[in-house]
Structure formats: structure tokens, C-alpha cells
Design a binder for this molecule. Structure first.
Ligand SMILES: NC(=O)c1ccc[n+]([C@@H]2O[C@H](COP(=O)([O-])OP(=O)(O)OC[C@H]3O[C@@H](n4cnc5c(N)ncnc54)[C@H](O)[C@@H]3O)[C@@H](O)[C@H]2O)c1
Length: 355
């Protein structure tokens, strides 16, 4: 991948967030010239802050809902690659703020697509959505890329909308049948629940568990039986990078939708993850708390990733136990956090080389 990204201008929206910060570190390691576009980080312990990442890249603080600011950034940065991760990504918060969630996740995505459409240089756009974009039938089988889109809660539906929007833009303006004319390739990437160091978001299980363990409280679990596909953050990010590299060289063949989920043995209930984190941490307890008055959340959700495995040669590498070990290591380590992220990415890359 280094051959593809070295020296290239890459724009990452959402670089101050959990996944975006890890993606930027990896892109910097691959030799890319990385610019980020996002709002301020939310917590002083966020990965973006504690790694000092702003000193390693160009750091633009602006809103994806602001089309003019985004156009100015595209004109200045002239990105060949765009990874769009900026979003309001929380299900529970989306019930409190549906308008803001739709505005950022739908109109923000529209603005990014519009900038890509008009850019003279952008060749690759990877629009990050979620496994929650599917119409959830609580089925035991994984969802495939051509299954029906949907979304019960505002967050999930906003990502379903972002998917439809991206497909419409691709069909209308960046159709792979006319690739030789426009030279642009647009994909969406759907991943499951991601865990890893440096995430402090509210109402996410790993940050909730780590906060409780650090404060020596019992971990309160709202939905212990809910089944999710768990994966370390480097797994989908490796998929996005691999996909983008393929799109750069063979744009017409790789546009479309892609699932990047874990293998079925990493699809398990919330309580299994909580217990494994407590074991890796070395101490702690958890208890189930009533979910009366809690808004609806999906119960059973997994992805079928045959497409990415077959056509990209991507596959999840870390077992759930390893993903949790990487995660707990990040939260417990006192070493320089940028060096720790680089070290974890290098270890993960060596795992990948064994595929
Ligand atoms: N973390 C997960 O488990 C998970 C799972 C599936 C999909 N995703 C998707 O991955 C992407 C990144 O998620 P994350 O977990 O890193 O979230 P995060 O909350 O840590 O980061 C979100 C980023 O988006 C930026 N942002 C939010 N609103 C913005 C706005 N109006 N204008 C500009 N920037 C804005 C924030 O500043 C931040 O940089 C999102 O699109 C999310 O939906 C995350």
C-alpha cells in the first residue's frame, strides 16, 4: 500500500475522532501527505489529542455542513484520495438530536460528494457508513452488500440515507461505465462495532467499561445480551486502505459498497466483551442495569464479508481476544501514545503479511 499512498495528498474528514485519528497515523506511516477536516476533539484524552497528531499533519477545523469551507479545503489541498469519516456516530445521541444527526451525516456526505464531483484531481472517495445501514431483520445470517437498506433509529437511517445518496451520485456523475471520462471511483464502507485505544465516546461499551475500571466502579451494562460484530479499529481501516489502493489503480472495478466485519467467532454478546475486557484489565466487576426507558437498539447484527474477502483479498486477522488485548494495552500503557499507535499498526501489518 505504501507504493500507492507515498507522496499523495489525502483528505480525511473526521480526523479528530477515534477512527479518523488512527487512519491518519497509518496514512502518515505509508508516506501520504495527510490533511484532516473535522470539528474539535471532544475529550482531552482522545487519541487525536494524546498522540499529538495535529503536529504530524495538516489540521483543519471546520464543519462538513459548510459547503464553502469544504470547497476551499478541496481547492487548497487538491486531494487524490478522500476518506469521509466525519459524522455524528452515536445511536442514543441521535434520538436526542435527530436534526443535527441527519444534517451532518446526510448533508455533510452530500457536500463531500459534491466536492469530489467538481474536483479536478480527486480519484478515490471512500465514504464510511456502518453495518447499521441495513434494514435490520434480527436474522442470524450476515447482511450482504445488496441487502435492503433501512435504519430504525435516526443514526442508522441517516447512514442508510448516506448510502442511497452515494449510490445516486455514483450513478449520476461518477458512473463506472464512464470511468475513462471522469476517472473517479466512489465506494461506501460498512463496518461493525469497532474497538481500540483512544475512544472516549459516551454510550459505547469499551469507553464505558474503561471509565468504570479506572474509577474502580462496577461496570453497568445496559444490554448484556445484545449481539454485535466486534472488531479492532485496525481491521476496517486496513480494509478501507486496501480498497482505496485498488480503486486508485482500477477505479471502475472497485466502486460500490463493501462490508468489513469480523469473522463469526467475533460476533458475540456485549457481556462476553465486558468480561474479556475485565479479565485483560486484571480486575473489576460488571452488573446488568435495567433498560426501561432506553430507546430501541438493534439486538442481532452481523455482516457477510465474502465480497471483500474474494475481491480485495481482505480478511479480519485479529481474534476478539487479540483485539481486546490491543485495546487494553492502549488504555493501560504509560508510553508515548503516538509511538504506541505506530507500534500496534506495525504489529498488525506483520499479522496481515501472514495472510
Ligand atoms: N466507532 C464505531 O464503532 C463505528 C462503527 C461503524 C461505523 N462508524 C463510522 O465511522 C466514522 C468515524 O466514527 P468514530 O467512531 O471515529 O466517531 P468519532 O465521534 O470518534 O469521530 C467523529 C469525527 O467526525 C467529526 N465530526 C462530527 N460532526 C462533524 C461536522 N458537522 N463537521 C465536521 N466534522 C464533524 C468529529 O469532529 C470527529 O472528528 C463515522 O462515520 C461512524 O459513523 C463507527
Amino acid at each position: 500500500m505504501a507504493e500507492v499512498f507515498r507522496g499523495k495528498n489525502v483528505l480525511v474528514t473526521g480526523h479528530t475522532g477515534f477512527k479518523g485519528s488512527w487512519l491518519c497515523i497509518w496514512l502518515i506511516m505509508l508516506g501520504a501527505k495527510v490533511t484532516g477536516y473535522a470539528l474539535d476533539p471532544v475529550h482531552t484524552e482522545d487519541n487525536f489529542v494524546v498522540t499529538g497528531l495535529k503536529d504530524q499533519m495538516r489540521d483543519i477545523r471546520a464543519d462538513v455542513r459548510d459547503l464553502m469551507a469544504l470547497q476551499k479545503t478541496f481547492a487548497e489541498v487538491r486531494p487524490e484520495f478522500v476518506f469521509h469519516l466525519a459524522a455524528q456516530p452515536l445511536v442514543r445521541y441521535s434520538y436526542e438530536n435527530p436534526v443535527g444527526t441527519y444534517a451532518t451525516n446526510v448533508m455533510g456526505t452530500l457536500n463531500v460528494l459534491e466536492c469530489i464531483r467538481h474536483s479536478e484531481v480527486t480519484r478515490v472517495g471512500v465514504m464510511v457508513t456502518t453495518d447499521k445501514c441495513y434494514e435490520n431483520k434480527e436474522q442470524i445470517w450476515g447482511y450482504r452488500e445488496n441487502d435492503a437498506l433501512g435504519g430504525y433509529d435516526p443514526y442508522s437511517a441517516s447512514k442508510g440515507c448516506a448510502e442511497i445518496l452515494t449510490t445516486s451520485y455514483r450513478n449520476s456523475y461518477m458512473n463506472s461505465k464512464e470511468y475513462s471520462r471522469h476517472g473517479k471511483s466512489i465506494a461506501t464502507a460498512r463496518a461493525g462495532n469497532v474497538i481500540g485505544g483512544g475512544d472516549w465516546a459516551l454510550d459505547r461499551i469499551i469507553p464505558d467499561v474503561i471509565r468504570a475500571l479506572k474509577e474502580k466502579r462496577s461496570v453497568e451494562v445496559r444490554n448484556p445480551e445484545a449481539t454485535r460484530p466486534w472488531q479492532h479499529v485496525l481491521e476496517p481501516l486496513g480494509g478501507y486502505l486496501r480498497l482505496a489502493a485498488k480503486m486508485y489503480d482500477h477505479g471502475e472495478d472497485y466502486s460500490g459498497a463493501w462490508n468489513f466485519g469480523p469473522d463469526f467467532d467475533s460476533v458475540c454478546p456485549v457481556k462476553t466483551v465486558v468480561e474479556a475486557v475485565i479479565e485483560a484489565w486484571g480486575s473489576g466487576t460488571w452488573c446488568s442495569v435495567g433498560k426501561e426507558n432506553s430507546p430501541h437498539e438493534a439486538g442481532l447484527l452481523s455482516l457477510d464479508c465474502t465480497k471483500a474477502k474474494t475481491l480485495l483479498g481482505w480478511k479480519p486477522k485479529l481474534k476478539l481476544k487479540d483485539a481486546i488485548a490491543y485495546t487494553v494495552e492502549w488504555y493501560q500503557s504509560t508510553e508515548d501514545k503516538y509511538e504506541l499507535c505506530v507500534n500496534q499498526i506495525e504489529r498488525y501489518e506483520s499479522e496481515l503479511r501472514s495472510i
